[in-house]
Design a protein around this ligand. Sequence first.
Ligand code: NAG
Ligand code: NAG
Ligand code: NAG
Ligand code: NAG
Ligand code: NAG
Ligand code: NAG
Ligand code: NAG
Ligand code: NAG
Ligand code: NAG
Ligand code: NAG
Length: 576
Amino acid sequence: MTPRTNEKLTEMLLRTAVVVTALFFLSSPVLIKGTKVLPEIFDVCATCHPNATCDEKTDGSGGFTCNCMYGFVGNGRTYCEDKDECQTSSYNICGRHTACHNTYGSFYCTCLSGYSPSNNMAIFIPNDGTYCHDIDECKVQGICGEGGRCRNKPGFFECECQIGYQVQNGSVPFHPRRDQAFCKAVECGPPPSAEHAVQISPTRNRYGSMINYRCKEGFLWRGGDNMSFCGLQGMWKGPSLICEAKCGAVPEVPYSEIVWQNDSMALHRCMNGYYNPGGNNRSVCGHNGQWNTTMHCKELDYGINDIHVFNEKCLRWKAGTNSGKKEDYKMVFIGVRDYQKIFRDERRRYFSSSAARPEVCLDLLPATNYTVNITTMSALTSTITTINTSIPAPPVPEVTYRDVESPLPTLWLRRSTCSLDPICLYEVFVMPVEGTLVFDCNSPRTPHFFNQGSCHGEYIAAQIQLKDVGKEMNFTIGDQQYYGQFYNAPLENGKDYSIVLRTVCQWGQISKRSCVIWAKARGLYPEESCAYWTHCPAAGSVCPGSSSQPPNAISRLHHVCNEFCVQSPSTVLSLT
Ligand SMILES: *[C@@H]1O[C@H](CO)[C@@H](O)[C@H](O)[C@H]1NC(C)=O
Ligand SMILES: *[C@@H]1O[C@H](CO)[C@@H](O)[C@H](O)[C@H]1NC(C)=O
Ligand SMILES: *[C@@H]1O[C@H](CO)[C@@H](O)[C@H](O)[C@H]1NC(C)=O
Ligand SMILES: *[C@@H]1O[C@H](CO)[C@@H](O)[C@H](O)[C@H]1NC(C)=O
Ligand SMILES: *[C@@H]1O[C@H](CO)[C@@H](O)[C@H](O)[C@H]1NC(C)=O
Ligand SMILES: *[C@@H]1O[C@H](CO)[C@@H](O)[C@H](O)[C@H]1NC(C)=O
Ligand SMILES: *[C@@H]1O[C@H](CO)[C@@H](O)[C@H](O)[C@H]1NC(C)=O
Ligand SMILES: *[C@@H]1O[C@H](CO)[C@@H](O)[C@H](O)[C@H]1NC(C)=O
Ligand SMILES: *[C@@H]1O[C@H](CO)[C@@H](O)[C@H](O)[C@H]1NC(C)=O
Ligand SMILES: *[C@@H]1O[C@H](CO)[C@@H](O)[C@H](O)[C@H]1NC(C)=O
């Protein structure tokens, strides 16, 4: 209570007392009449209650009476009790949003907390026009603390936190004093770092702060956000920028061109006629500052490489880069024979394969020079190769084995003609039979009668070209004619011989032979008509009793020579 208020209250109370006392005097004539008997001996004032006053009667009788003081009710003598004005009415006599305060002998009104009296005094009494209105606490600056937001309510206020602030030690809404809660700025902590990047704005870490970054020297910005933002949750968002190292010039890939490029990527394309066998056609600038290039270009090759002949009739090759896909091949093969001008074997064959090493076998004729032209249908590239087929073992003619005793035995054969005839011939071997004789059909030896190389040795009596032989042939042993280079000598009288027919085919360096025993013959030629039967060793050998001159074939016939025979070690054909 201010001193001024006190003064006013006292003045107010006194004024009220005067009015009450006046009323009292006007309304007590009966009492004055009753005590009129002993006015001198009875001191009325002495009987007054301590909280009563003794007042002169107002009736002019000069008597006194006891009156309870203002705020008290009673008879003024035996009791004067405090009157609780706050309780006297069923309604709040002070009005809305007020508190009524009873005092000893009086009362006063105050506004409830959060309300303010319209008279701007701390207390008031009812009906003086004063009322209580709500106080807007939010008018007080900073009532909710830093980052707080005040909300006024009837009789009170509450606090929330502004965006970027979070309540601490409580929850919203809060009362700053009662709850000990407060608002605190959201902080994100130290800004994050980004790989190969540097921060370019000053460090701040409150909500809403933005930090900028840029790539370090030697690094390039490839994308992403250059900024970091401190979010509501106290977490940094970003930066997401990607810096990789500068790689310099894009490396050259041989036989390619660069279709597109920037500082971190390049797209290559193989030049026409080249292809990429599987590398990535992108060069990427790596973290290490080096281009990662995996592409290379290979020459397109639909051809046929490493062609290889096997089994004489089969071809195998390495397919071109079309491998994986099926390739269609056209094969044209032409066979010619230098020994047979009219011969020409021209055929074609179509063939498909997806193999990396296709194989194909052709039905080729023997002893022929073939030219094979293989063409890929996808690219129309051709490869030529040659195949020289070999000569087969010649067929033996049909003969009738005979045991003949005749001066001039005639032997017969039948055969089927064949295209290889130009390179084949018959050889008639004559072999004296002395015990077991071994004849090697494959031996290349071609002994002449005059140059047998051994005494009583074998010799060739005739060499006959097959092309000159019809389907049938009769041959007479010992007709003393030359057949080819060979002399058909008469068989020695009384001696036994085996006659072997050998077929020989020769093409280039290769020859093939087959043999058949044609006959067994006993010589019956008259002795006097022939001086030939004393055989001599090979030319160059010296026979006893002869001149030192090397004998020629004819002269040798007249010498008697020591005999020595050498047998061939090979055993192909046994004649008994
Ligand atoms: C008289 O009133 C006063 C307060 O004004 C009080 O303290 C006192 O007790 C009262 N005396 C009696 C006898 O009731
Ligand atoms: C949080 O509130 C408790 C009581 O509720 C108080 O003791 C403490 O000091 C408060 N903390 C802060 C940081 O104000
Ligand atoms: C990010 O920074 C780089 C320099 O480091 C700049 O080249 C690029 O344009 C920036 N990007 C954005 C989206 O601002
Ligand atoms: C290069 O281009 C690629 C693909 O468009 C892109 O992702 C990359 O960020 C670019 N790099 C630079 C340094 O511009
Ligand atoms: C690069 O390769 C991809 C797939 O490997 C292909 O689709 C693209 O066409 C190629 N680009 C060039 C330019 O060759
Ligand atoms: C280069 O790129 C290829 C794919 O294109 C990848 O497999 C390889 O790991 C990369 N090498 C390096 C060193 O990055
Ligand atoms: C091989 O065959 C192809 C296609 O039939 C042809 O174009 C080419 O001239 C031939 N090559 C030779 C040398 O005959
Ligand atoms: C076929 O003979 C000819 C001529 O001698 C030779 O050039 C060629 O290489 C031979 N071919 C084969 C496959 O032997
Ligand atoms: C071979 O001799 C037989 C019998 O003397 C005869 O019939 C045949 O015609 C002869 N063949 C030839 C080709 O001379
Ligand atoms: C045919 O092939 C044979 C055997 O390889 C060879 O000796 C000959 O010279 C070839 N002839 C031609 C015309 O290629």
